[in-house]
Design a protein around this ligand. Structure first.
Ligand code: PEP
Ligand code: MN
Length: 263
């Protein structure tokens, strides 16, 4: 079902009044984690002004250490809903487990499946039973074939609203957090009709390189970007080292738009 041979035309996924895959590059921005109502409102208003189409923010976080900040849970979802109320931006947030799915569906517009859960087949089947748009991140060590098979799990349950997201893979390189595999953009577009976004934040892991890789993702033909933005990255409770400030995000959007307009 994910294959272009089966479905030659590009799939468009509608979220609110925005169409992912519809020409204009989709820009999703926000903090790695929702930390407070003030923080999420400040980011939401700023990224909206800069031209973002959706707001991201984790409420349930898949942290490498059980002692790291795990997210605000339902309180975080309530803050996201308030940010949507004030800005009109649809909400993207990660669902980590099947038990949390009904709660997530109450509050969010796009269900994010994180890299660590890309091969959680029961979770994929469960989101496949909804009609919610799903942002399916590539696993840390997943081949493109395995990633598309994970999309197949969602599609085969009857949910056609799958958006793929390249977020970097594990390689021998340690200077960057991951290696953003931009090969995935043209390859996946050849193999599949599903829209594909690029996450340069997790892809490089250092804010200094995020804008360059955002530009590269759009130049490679991605349908959009998901980027971490924080009003004060030094104080962030997660992924501060890869978060853009509100100002640097604004510059990134302008640069990305120039590239997209020139294509
Ligand atoms: C995130 O988007 O904050 C995140 C945890 O992403 P990934 O699953 O790609 O690591
Ligand atoms: Mn993050």
């Amino acid at each position: 079902l994910a294959s272009r041979a089966f479905h030659p035309q590009d799939t468009l996924v509608t979220v609110g009044n925005h169409v992912v895959g519809g020409g204009d590059p989709t820009i999703i921005a926000g903090p790695c984690s929702v930390e407070s109502l003030e923080q999420i409102l400040e980011v939401a208003h700023a990224v909206k002004k800069s031209g973002a189409h959706m707001l991201r923010g984790g409420a349930f976080k898949p942290r490498s250490s059980p002692y790291s900040f795990q997210g605000l849970g339902e309180t975080g979802l309530k803050y996201l809903a308030e940010a949507r109320e004030q800005t009109g931006l649809p909400i993207v947030s990660e669902v980590m487990e099947i038990d949390a799915l009904p709660l997530m569906c109450e509050y969010v517009d796009v269900l994010q499946i994180g890299a660590r859960n890309m091969q959680n087949y029961p979770l994929l089947r469960a989101v496949g039973k909804t009609q919610m748009p799903v942002l399916l991140k590539r696993g840390l060590a997943a081949t493109m074939e395995e990633w598309l098979m994970s999309a197949e799990y969602i599609l085969s349950e009857g949910n056609p609203n799958v958006i793929l997201c390249e977020r970097g893979i594990r390689t021998f390189e340690t200077y960057t957090r991951n290696t953003l595999d931009l090969n995935a953009v043209p390859v996946v577009q050849h193999l599949s009709h599903l829209p594909i976004l690029v996450d340069p934040s997790h892809g490089v892991g250092k804010w200094q390189y995020v804008t360059a890789m955002a530009r590269a993702g759009i130049a490679a033909g991605a349908h959009g970007l998901i980027v971490e933005v924080h009003p004060n990255p030094k104080e962030a409770l997660s992924d501060g080292e890869q978060s853009l400030t509100l100002d640097s995000f604004d510059t990134m959007v302008q640069e990305v738009r120039r590239i997209s307009a020139a294509m």
